[in-house]
Design a protein around this ligand. Structure first.
Ligand SMILES: [Zn+2]
Length: 68
């Protein structure tokens, strides 16, 4: 009798690109034309355009988004 159970590996634990994209963050209040920006929590690169964060070429070579 085989009592082993399959291990659920498709749950949490695998990083995705969206998990690294944080925002929108607000620019400093001292900036008159304040706008928002997005940041990657893995390589800390920032952009005022969210779509930039979803381009693999936007991130550094060792950024974790390449492992998604
Ligand atoms: Zn990144």
């Amino acid at each position: 009798m085989n009592t082993s159970h399959p291990i659920a590996e498709n749950s949490i634990g695998s990083p995705t690109l969206e998990q690294h994209v944080t925002g929108p963050h607000w620019e400093l209040p001292s900036i008159s034309n304040a706008t928002t920006y997005w940041r990657c929590t893995s390589c800390n690169r920032e952009s005022i355009r969210e779509e930039d964060l979803y381009r693999p070429t936007f991130h550094t070579a060792d950024c974790e988004v390449h492992e998604c």
